[in-house]
Design a protein around this ligand. Sequence first.
Ligand code: NAP
Length: 248
Amino acid sequence: MLLKNKTVIISGASRGIGRAIAVELAGAGANVSFNFLKNNKEAADLEKEIINLGVKVKSFQVDVKNYDAVKSWVEDTKELFGGIDIVINNAGIIKDKALALMEPDDWQEVINTNLEGTFNLTRATIVSLIKQRSGVVVNIASVSGITGMSRQTNYSASKAGIIGFTKALAKEVAAYNIRVNAVAPGFIETDMLKNFTDEYKNQIKKQVPLNRLGRPEEISKMVKFLVGDDAGYITGQTFVVDGGLSIG
Ligand code: NAP
């Protein structure tokens, strides 16, 4: 199995894309440590689903914005599973508003969850990866961080930041046999889009050459490729999975 005896730590896996990534990597043989913010029931359901795949799993209710809490989650994971091989920074939120109406809190909450959360989990794991001289990091960015999207200055800035972070860290840790890449999804059918009206979703579909929204599994397949040995010569890159949206 591709990831037998590997341990993955992933943020925000109780729902959506993170959940699909956790299931995909567990299906490939990895043990999974994941966190979530509020949704205990979804987290417990995911634990059950992953146990049935015959690997180890543990969920942690930890806010990615809180560095000390993330550090404890990482330490508990290392103790439970004996180490960490793969880090997936996935937890993310939107708080869409025109900049003219955006409150400092709307800005801060998105930057702190998406960008600082990525710093927190990567910072808390990177020394272990460096010491073991191997590891893979995958950061979930967004097309919004490449093309920019109206009413998303906070979100686009956080995701563009993640892409810059990915490139800088890739250069910094390549000598330790650690690869760092990002995936930039387009519009993917998850709870993140739950406040979008059907009319707005139809408008979005018209902008997507493949004429539909994406599925979480279409992101998790890319992540599975990137964490495996077939991607052994790939680092510092951002892979767009968007049905052609960003072609323009
Ligand atoms: P989602 O369905 O809303 O799920 C978000 C996940 O992140 C949940 O598991 C949530 O936990 C967790 N989370 C949120 N804030 C957290 C915090 N402070 N600490 C810990 N966990 C937290 O979102 P999604 O659509 O799967 O998005 C996943 C990633 O893909 C995000 O980075 C997002 O920006 C990116 N992305 C999504 C799309 C899209 O169209 N859906 C497009 C491009 C990029 P709870 O369940 O406990 O709330």
